[in-house]
Design a protein around this ligand. Structure first.
Ligand code: IPM
Ligand code: MG
Length: 358
């Protein structure tokens, strides 16, 4: 029997609630399938760790993490620590340190979940957004001059490398190839941003030559927001820069039922380092201590992690169980219009896993 080693980093805010719930569901799946086991270690990193130690994780944090097959991450962010510290000290340190260059964000309507877009059901909204995850607008290049003075200047430099752009676009083409529509949309802003974005266009032109079976189209990011709302069925797989895809994926989450549902995978495609899986929603401090955080995003995320670990059967079982619970509509958390607590939603999903037959 295969044992997968998982590092759980629940982090801040509602991270511990949803990751705890996700670990329960994962253990129910391992028990139900019997074909694999999970060896989970929980690492207490995040803003609490920062207050005690002045760092979001230990200096040898990446050395600790590299012993694991995957990282199951909750959230980093707290009202008491500046956001750029929580982000750069943990999540970005892991994504960049482990070269997790492909951030994959599926968005589709789970059974029974309504889109805020009138008349849009599951057949019209089924997307995967591929986000470049290690450079671009999140490179961290730049600086501040004349700090605090009236003449202060801040430069925030986006760095796009041919290597970085090529590998993420190839990844997106490969992913598009696994989907029935075989359609990839490139999103840029190459009318206004005439260096990096034009490089993205040129690389796309080159790379697309290797994928004659994939239909392609190109659109500017501002027009893409309107297309997502007005013609959701015209979109399948999308590739975009770090910041553009960050913004588009929040819109995608909102259009497919809300932030509480959306999952993500931060992948290191060559497998040299562990990949990291997290719900998109963040810390949600308004929900802390109330026990009503929606764990479904963390469950869907767990399914992405299982797939990555080669446990496609368990991933499918989890998605089917999730779909049963969302379709029945009796045990939904408040952000989906229900009254169920995190524990109740978790219990319902575990019951659906146990009731499932092959
Ligand atoms: C996301 C989040 C993060 C990001 C935040 C928390 C910095 O919005 O995963 O989309 O921008 O990458
Ligand atoms: Mg975001």
């Amino acid at each position: 029997m295969k044992t997968h080693r998982i590092a759980a980093v629940p982090g801040d805010g509602i991270g511990p609630d949803v990751i705890g719930a996700g670990l329960e569901v994962l253990s129910a799946l391992a028990g139900r399938d019997g074909g694999f086991a999970l060896d989970v270690e929980t690492l207490p990193w995040g803003s609490g760790y920062y207050r005690a130690h002045g760092r979001m994780m230990p200096t040898d944090g990446l050395d600790t993490l590299k012993r694991f097959d995957a990282i199951y991450f909750g959230s980093a962010g707290s009202p008491e620590v500046p956001d750029h510290i929580t982000l750069w000290g943990l999540r970005l340190a892991i994504c960049q340190g482990f070269d997790q260059y492909a951030n994959v964000r599926p968005a589709r309507l789970l059974p029974g979940i309504a889109s805020p877009l009138a008349g849009v059901g599951p057949n019209r909204l089924d997307w995967v957004i591929v986000r470049e995850n290690t450079e671009g607008e999140y490179s961290g290049a730049g600086g501040r001059v004349h700090r605090g003075l009236p003449e202060e200047v801040a430069a925030e430099v986006s760095v796009f490398t041919r290597t970085g752009v090529t590998r993420i676009q190839r990844f997106a083409f490969e992913l598009a190839r696994t989907r029935p529509r075989k359609l990839l949309t490139l999103v840029t802003k190459s009318n206004a941003q005439r260096h990096g974005m034009v490089l993205w266009d040129e690389v796309f032109e080159d790379v697309s030559g290797d994928y004659p079976d994939i239909k392609t189209d190109k659109i500017l990011v501002d027009a893409m927001t309107a297309r997502m709302v007005l013609q959701p069925e015209s979109i399948d797989t999308v590739v975009a820069t770090n910041l553009h895809a960050d913004i588009l994926s929040d819109l995608a989450a909102a259009l497919s039922g809300g932030m509480g549902l959306a999952p993500t995978a931060n992948l290191n495609p060559p497998g040299d380092h562990p990949s990291m899986f997290e719900p998109i929603h963040g810390s949600a401090f308004d929900l802390v201590g109330k026990g009503i955080a929606n764990p479904i995003g963390a469950f869907w995320t767990a399914a992405l992690m299982l797939e990555h670990l080669g446990e496609g059967g368990a991933a499918d079982r989890l998605m089917t169980a999730l779909g049963r619970v969302t379709a029945a509509g009796e045990t939904l958390p408040p952000d989906l219009g229900g009254r169920a607590t995190t524990r109740e939603v978790t219990g319902a999903v575990i019951a659906a896993i146990q009731a499932s037959n092959d």
